[in-house]
Design a protein around this ligand. Structure first.
Ligand code: NAD
Ligand code: GLY
Length: 360
């Protein structure tokens, strides 16, 4: 039986095609996604943590209607690389799958980003579907078509914009998610509030304890709101000419942490949390946020059990790593800062000395 509906009619509008985000408390996943599979061939991509939890019923049900193959990758951000993409290509080639194939990403953001990139590049582009099973991937990475892998010197350096045919967020999958991963996802939820909606920040302050206690109705409401924010941004700026960059609030600082500490040691969401505080401190030094605002941000992150300080990183090293950021333009580091709570701006108009102060 399909459990109560969280969201109907949530559509992402993009240049290539429009697609739905379906959010369910608990669903028969295969039933929900089957209408969005156009050919007869399906490759499910997952990893060795998620597959034992959710693969079997999906595979069995789809196999009644489609030719289904499976590619299980090793779990971890450190495997978000070309070798894993090659494993996906190998599985597709072994099956003699062609342009009719639909790839299905069953997992978190790492699996979603890699499956999307393989779909974007196999035979110059085939369909794919996102089944995000982490909070982070439900509120962010599964929506909007950013796909890709890491390079040794920088995160997500190689990739493509490639939109899925649909996104299915089954909230019940969060019941098996480790608490640390739930917190990491909450960092991206809090990000939306800080850049787009101060009223949502108040809502989070009230509801984060219930979300931490895995109240799926409240979590579903948060996923719905975040997907609405993201769909609005993506519809206006799919290729990140400007507005979409705001979704990277805290990420330039966070990527420094992730790259410096080694992929997978600090979770993406944890690094983004500490990075958002650094960006907020710079915003405060610019005179845009008050000290109380920065404290409020730290408080809400602490409610989600997230770090508010980065690990020690030498300023020169941090600046060097920031130089690889995709937002760098004509050699100038550009950052997302907060004009106020709920209002973000992309700017290179800050004193280098203020950035140095924040980094030290
Ligand atoms: P992840 O994919 O590594 O998943 C986190 C961990 O949880 C993994 O060990 C995974 O196997 C496990 N897991 C997943 N679902 C589970 C479940 N239901 N039960 C138990 N365990 C489960 O990490 P993530 O936080 O989902 O995604 C982070 C990645 O997303 C990063 O690579 C980041 O760069 C990327 N990202 C991409 C975008 C985008 O727009 N494409 C946006 C944000 C982040
Ligand atoms: N996660 C940032 C983006 O999708 O643009």
């Amino acid at each position: 039986m399909v459990m109560p509906l969280f969201s109907d009619g949530l559509t992402v509008h993009t240049q290539s095609h429009d697609y739905p985000i379906i959010i369910r408390a608990k669903s028969t996943i295969a039933e929900q996604i089957a209408p969005y599979i156009s050919g007869r061939q399906v490759l499910i991509v997952s990893n060795d943590t998620v597959a034992p939890l959710y693969l079997q019923p999906l595979q069995e049900q789809l196999a009644k209607r489609f030719t289904v193959a499976v590619c299980i990758l090793p779990d971890g951000e450190q495997y978000k690389n070309q070798a894993s993409i090659d494993q996906i290509y190998d599985a597709l080639m072994a099956q003699h799958f062609n342009r009719d194939v639909t790839l299905i990403a069953l997992g978190g953001g790492v699996i979603g980003d890699m499956t999307g990139f393989a779909a974007a590049s196999f035979m110059r582009g085939v369909n794919f579907i996102q089944i995000p099973t982490t909070l982070l991937s439900q509120v962010d990475s599964s929506v909007g078509g950013k796909t890709g892998i890491n390079h040794r010197q920088g995160k997500n350096m190689i990739g493509a914009f490639w939109q899925p045919q649909m996104v299915l967020a089954d909230m019940s999958t969060l019941q098996t998610l480790p608490a640390r991963e739930l917190s990491a996802g909450l960092a991206e939820v809090i990000k939306y509030a800080l850049i787009m909606d101060s009223e949502f920040l108040t809502w989070l302050e009230q509801n984060l304890p219930a979300m931490m206690a895995l109240d799926l109705a409240i979590l579903g409401e948060a996923v719905k709101r975040c997907c609405e924010y993201k769909a609005t941004v993506v519809a206006q700026d799919e290729r990140e000419a400007g507005l979409r960059a705001l979704l990277n609030f805290g990420h330039t600082f966070g990527h420094v942490i992730e790259t410096h500490e080694g992929y997978g040691n600090w979770l993406h969401g944890e690094a983004v949390a500490a990075g958002m505080v650094q960006a907020a401190k710079l915003s405060q030094k610019m005179g845009w946020l008050s000290v109380d605002d920065v404290e409020r941000i730290k408080h809400v992150l602490k409610l989600a059990n997230l770090p508010t300080e980065p690990p020690p990183i030498a300023v020169d090293t941090a600046l060097d790593l920031m130089g690889h950021d995709k937002k760098v333009k004509q050699g100038q580091i550009r950052l997302i800062l907060l004009k106020s709570l709920g209002q973000a701006v992309l700017t290179d108009d800050f004193e280098a000395s203020l950035l140095t102060e924040v980094l030290s």
